[in-house]
Design a protein. Sequence first.
Length: 131
Amino acid sequence: MIAHCQCKVLKLNRVHYDNLLFHVKQKSKIMTIELLHAATYFKHWTIARLQTLNTKAIQEQNFATNDYIFKQGDIGEVVYMVKKGSVIVETRIEVDEYNRFPIGPSNWEIVKTNRVYRVNLRRLGVGSFFG
């Protein structure tokens, strides 16, 4: 490892790192359970029942602005829940346009163009499910 520029690093031994990682994972699990409990679908579940869920099956994914989570037509095999931020549900509408252009005194050329429009249908916030 080479310092690319002047830098300062923190050094943490393996035991402390593992302990810190364990606490971070526990905190994340607690936050996930609290978020699920706040969602309409799980509101009637007790915290104890939510804790029985296999949290290994719940995977957190990060997406940057304008990243596709999945695209129209993809086969849905999972359900997503917004934990932070918001997502836009959109549809793509393809429109074929035909235009006639004169190419002579009585001849016309027909030109087909295809346009794709993205239409926002809904914005989903924290606690919303989709997929």
